[in-house]
Unconditional design. Structure first.
Length: 326
């Protein structure tokens, strides 16, 4: 199975990959590659990991300009697509409609071989995708929803299809699972087991949301949603920097009331509840993977008192920080 990508204004091919049937890897293990881009299109990378029935890809590219990419794929696949930032659009030669994704949108797509063009726009483009063999996907495809039944019929006939006509927003749980998959540090068989479990978890989250046909929360405009996601990114990139709701609101050009209401509607928690959970998760990673003392971790995530940190950690995870230290 071959996938090719090239741009009309570049002499060399961007990417050409041969994949085994159903992404089977050598001796039942997993295969990993990282491709780097540094040319007139921009700079970035695309990391892929695949094993039997599953291909996981993550791309992070800073574009020099809006770009038109020609592609040809021989894959029959079910793609779990997540546009984390930027804007993408794909147009197949055999389809009249474009499939376009805005930042923070996701859907599930079935394709049976495809050739056409992709448009990459916005300066920063981050995309996460999981391609499943039809056999793997069918094991988890329920039939208790009109969306699922129609999708199955399209697959049976070999017709490209979206699981849900309207894309949905990537929720907090999906972001957490994607983050865990991108930053997985396990190796070999244990990494394969971990990633396969996370793929199924992410598929569950997508199916639950898409089957309910969730649309954007009532009372929130598209611009409001983008601002609230911008606040989320500010928090994650400045975990230890104190900031009030008013200050966060002003940074993204909204007001405190809309931020509180919208954040709760989109992520199911308060701004500071999310902030504290993110701090605790960062602390857990430090304790597990770095040789740091509890007071050092406490200080690193912004707690002046290690006892207060330990109490907050236990509320979050049900164990004291010292239990994680080897």
């Amino acid at each position: 199975m071959t996938v090719s990508l090239y741009a009309s204004d570049l002499p060399e091919m961007i990417l050409k990959r041969e994949y085994p049937e159903s992404f089977d890897s050598k001796e039942g293990g997993l295969t990993e590659h990282c491709f780097h881009l540094d040319n007139a299109l921009g700079k970035g990378f695309y990391k892929e990991t695949y094993f039997e029935g599953v291909h996981i890809g993550y791309g992070d590219i800073s574009l020099a300009k809006n770009t038109l990419i020609h592609f040809k794929s021989e894959l029959e696949t079910v793609e779990m697509h997540f546009t984390l930032s930027g804007r993408t659009a794909a147009h197949s030669k055999n389809e009249s409609e474009k499939i376009s994704f805005e930042s923070q949108q996701h859907n599930i797509i079935y394709v049976n071989g495809m050739e056409g063009n992709m448009e990459w726009s916005e300066k920063e483009l981050k995309v996460f995708e999981v391609n499943l063999s039809p056999f793997f996907f069918r094991k988890y495809l329920p039939e208790d929803s009109q969306h699922f039944r129609q999708f199955k019929k399209a697959m049976d006939k070999g017709f490209s299809s979206l699981l849900c006509p309207s894309h949905n927003l990537i929720n907090l749980q999906m972001h957490e699972v994607i983050r865990e998959m991108i930053h997985c540090e396990r190796k070999g068989a244990f990494k394969k087991m971990f990633l396969e479990a996370k793929v199924i978890e992410l598929l569950l989250l997508q199916m639950e949301q898409l089957s309910a046909s969730d649309q954007q929360p009532a009372g929130l405009k598209k611009t409001d949603i983008e601002k609230i996601y911008a606040v989320r990114e500010l928090i994650l990139t400045n975990l230890t920097q104190p900031c009030s709701l008013i200050e966060l609101s002003h940074k993204v050009g909204t007001n405190e009331f809309l931020l509180k209401k919208g954040f709760k509607a989109l992520f199911g928690t308060t701004v500071f509840g999310f902030w504290n959970d993110a701090k605790m998760e960062e602390a857990r990673k430090m304790l597990l993977h770095q040789e740091m003392k509890i007071n050092e971790v406490s200080d690193a995530i912004g707690y002046k008192n290690p006892q207060h940190f330990s109490a907050a950690f236990k509320r979050k995870f049900g164990v004291v920080p010292s239990s994680l230290i080897k």
